[in-house]
Design a protein around this ligand. Structure first.
Ligand SMILES: [Cu+2]
Length: 168
């Protein structure tokens, strides 16, 4: 019992030393983009006053008032990191989501504990997989615009990117 404990302690020390010797995570964000989308409610609810105009006839826009941001998170450092949250001016709520097939149905759910970005590695956020979910859009997101995203990493801190809006 005692031997096991000592051994565990040794392993822990080694891991700690290794962590100390490694460089910090160096996060960069490649090819960020945001899916074009319309905010909802206005058309469906008969357009209250103050309607921005120019929206007549856009009945092909999908309902929902949500969008998503995609990108490749690259870590050139020798220590792993984790995207723990994100925010943007254009949405009320921003969540980190994962899309998966459950009983042949596409479902998405918040990622528990954030999105890991391995040391000297990368993780791709793409349609049908991991994404930054924008919920409750405050305005329409039209192709050609730019959305500023603030990404919060566990170790690297805050990274801000300007993501172009485009059609999927
Ligand atoms: Cu989602």
């Amino acid at each position: 019992m005692r031997v096991v404990t000592v051994f565990t302690l040794m392993l822990a020390s080694l891991a700690w030393l290794a962590g100390c010797g490694a460089s910090a995570p160096q996060i960069s964000v490649n090819e960020p983009w945001v899916r074009a989308a319309a905010m909802t409610g206005m058309g469906a609810q008969g357009g209250m006053g103050g309607h921005g105009g120019g929206m007549a006839g856009t009945d092909t826009t999908p309902p929902g008032g949500t969008s998503a941001a995609y990108m490749v998170l690259i870590n050139r450092g020798g220590a792993g990191d984790r995207l723990i949250s994100a925010s943007t001016d254009v949405a009320e709520v921003v969540e980190l989501h994962e899309t998966k097939m459950v009983d042949n149905v596409m479902q998405m759910a918040p990622v528990a504990g954030g999105i890991p970005v391995p040391a000297n590695g990368q993780v791709e956020l793409k349609p049908g997989g991991l994404h930054v979910m924008l919920i409750g859009l405050k305005r329409d997101l039209a192709a050609g615009e730019t959305v500023r995203l603030t990404l919060n990493f566990e170790r690297a801190g805050t990274v801000t990117v300007d993501a172009p809006v485009r059609m999927p």
